[in-house]
Write a protein that binds this ligand. Structure first.
Ligand code: HEM
Length: 167
């Protein structure tokens, strides 16, 4: 069994890290909207921030140049599919960053001022808003990523052999 390097990195960006990020943001939001005390430790909050930035940096500086080289041209060449680039990928290039920036702020505030965040209703409202906006913008980025990968997938790079990893 083998997978190309580009496919593997794209899978890590979207499925592994993107999947974790969305679930983590959802879980944080779930806790923030319930009246129970937040039950997460600092290391976990910083892990969420770290994974968020890995998604952005892998997406922007590693996968995006591969996408520019071929799949983007494929989409733009077909008027029926051009919107996947002009709206879908543009969303990922710009709006997805807002999500990780808001989550970085939220996790920092929760890591350092958890008590105040629960006592002050204005801080709680701000954090809830950040979480909702972050979850929605990352979800849309994920959906566009998965759909664009269907219409104009990235292929290439050396083959990574999975024998020995999978029984
Ligand atoms: C929270 C932010 C993000 C999430 C949740 C996310 C999620 C995803 C997902 C699920 C895929 C499909 C992976 C696959 O099918 O193997 C994907 C692909 C991709 N993402 Fe992201 N992404 C995010 C941010 C970004 C950013 C900031 C960029 C930079 C522009 C980017 C660029 C790409 C590219 C170029 C692809 C491959 C598209 C193709 O195969 O043609 N992503 N992303």
């Amino acid at each position: 069994m083998a997978i190309s390097k580009y496919d593997l990195v794209t899978l890590l960006h979207g499925l592994a890290f993107g999947g974790f990020f969305l679930m983590a943001v959802y879980a944080l939001g779930y806790q923030m909207f319930s009246d129970e005390k937040l039950n997460v430790n600092k290391n976990y909050l910083f892990l969420i921030i770290g994974i968020g930035w890995i998604i952005l940096l892998l997406g922007t500086y590693v996968i995006y140049p591969w996408y520019k080289a071929n799949p983007e041209k494929l989409l733009l060449a077909n008027p029926n599919q051009a919107k996947w680039q002009t709206f879908g990928m543009e969303w990922k290039e710009h709006v997805a960053w807002i999500s990780v920036i808001l989550i970085s702020a939220t996790c920092h505030i929760l890591a350092h001022f958890k008590k105040q965040a629960f006592e002050d209703s204005r801080i709680r409202l701000a954090l809830r808003t950040f979480l909702v906006v972050a979850f929605l913008s990352a979800s849309v980025a994920g959906i566009f990523g998965a759909l664009i990968a269907k219409f104009a997938p990235i292929h290439g790079g050396a083959l990574v052999h999975l024998e020995g990893w999978i029984p």
